[in-house]
Design a protein around this ligand. Structure first.
Ligand SMILES: Nc1ncnc2c1ncn2[C@@H]1O[C@H](COP(=O)(O)OP(=O)(O)OP(=O)(O)O)[C@@H](O)[C@H]1O
Ligand SMILES: [Mg+2]
Length: 340
């Protein structure tokens, strides 16, 4: 990871909710080199998150959701080149030395990954894995750490936590494993929890239960949450704020209420399923927007959504700025939808 540049004017700011942001991402860029070509995975992403809020980051596969979030935690492979700024409570995370990042990982920002089957160690009892996470963050003896681990399992509402403590991951359902993953992420008492597609592999009912758990934890612990998802309708019904990503940058940003009331970007409208979609295969929950997402190794000039957009004109050959056009409502489009 290269040292980043701090964007001009990225001083302390106040967001629309009256509190200084916990996280302020400004012009974040991540580039990989693959087979001699530059892959522009994140392309000037900007958003901010106030303490205790829940932000949904939405976009199709490959839009840069995971890469941009992993960049915040220094969890990218060494081939990644990161620039721009991501300030967490005043500390610049871009270019932070690994030693310092390791100290903060899990304590400031913790992440829950998509696939608990791969994130949990199948050969270790659940309790051992949580206790290890607890002891990585606090100097507790084995018994005190066990007490804290069981408290964490209660906090995530795992049924029969004392019994489950002694079980292996395969003895738990998918939803229970996801609760254990969340408990592990909470071990360091993070102020920001990033849930990257944390419910995608689950059935609809379990998905809703995990979402409700995240909202409950957000409220009880006063913790900020970033919810990464393909599913705009689902995530926005739980989140306070929404950032829609396309081609590695934000293309629309607003409170969830504003977004549902007045979508501006044709792309966001397509994600909501309100403009004609390519035939939706019977077993996908994901809306399929007609056409292909842009190739991050060959991004088109101008608006990246232009090749798929029914509203595109010659004007769209010039990239629109991502601007706050209405109070609290940002978008990057020459032809925003009008009305509610
Ligand atoms: N290590 C890497 N080397 C090269 N390219 C990478 C690497 N990691 C990710 N990418 C590319 O960066 C782009 C963004 O990937 P990212 O994982 O952030 O997408 P995403 O929005 O999280 O997608 P999904 O919804 O499928 O999880 C993709 O084109 C991906 O192929
Ligand atoms: Mg991802």
């Amino acid at each position: 990871m290269t040292a980043g540049r701090v964007a001009a004017g990225a001083g302390p700011t106040v967001d629309g909710h009256g509190s200084a942001p916990l996280l302020e991402v400004t012009d974040l860029r991540v580039r990989f080199t693959r087979a001699g070509r530059a892959v522009h995975a994140v392309n000037g992403l900007s958003y901010s998150l106030a303490p205790g809020r829940m932000l949904a980051i939405i976009g199709e596969s490959g839009s840069g959701k995971s890469v941009s979030s992993r960049a915040l935690m220094g969890l990218l492979p060494p081939t990644a080149r990161v620039s721009g700024s991501a300030r967490f409570d005043g500390t610049e995370l871009v270019g932070l030395p690994e030693r310092e990042m390791r100290r903060r990982r899990g304590a400031d920002i913790a992440m829950v990954f998509q696939d608990p089957a791969r994130s949990l160690n199948p050969t270790m009892r659940v309790g051992v894995q949580i206790t290890e996470a607890v002891r990585a963050h606090a100097q507790l003896d084995r018994n005190a750490a066990k007490v804290r681990a069981i408290e964490l399992l209660q906090l995530v509402r795992l049924p029969a936590p004392e019994r489950r403590f002694h079980e292996y991951p395969h003895q738990l359902s998918g939803g229970m494993r996801q609760r254990v993953m969340i408990a592990i992420a909470l071990a360091g008492r993070p102020r920001l929890l990033i849930a990257d597609e944390a419910t995608t592999a689950l059935d609809v009912t379990t998905q809703a239960q995990i979402m409700e758990l995240l909202v409950e934890l957000q409220e009880r612990l006063g913790m900020a949450v970033i919810l990464i998802s393909h599913d705009l309708a689902l995530a926005a019904s739980y989140a306070d704020d929404v950032v829609v990503m396309y081609g590695g940058r934000a293309v629309e940003r607003a409170s969830a209420a504003t977004l549902f009331a007045s979508v501006r970007m044709p792309y966001t409208r397509a994600l909501l399923g309100a403009i004609p979609l390519l035939e939706r295969p019977a077993h996908t929950e994901l809306p399929v927007v007609a056409g292909q997402p842009p190739d991050p190794a060959a991004l088109p000039a101008g608006c990246p959504f232009r090749p798929r957009c029914g509203s595109a004109t010659d004007e769209c050959a010039t990239a629109p700025d991502f601007t706050e056009h209405e109070p609290g409502h940002w978008w990057a489009c020459w032809h925003p939808e009008v009305g509610a």
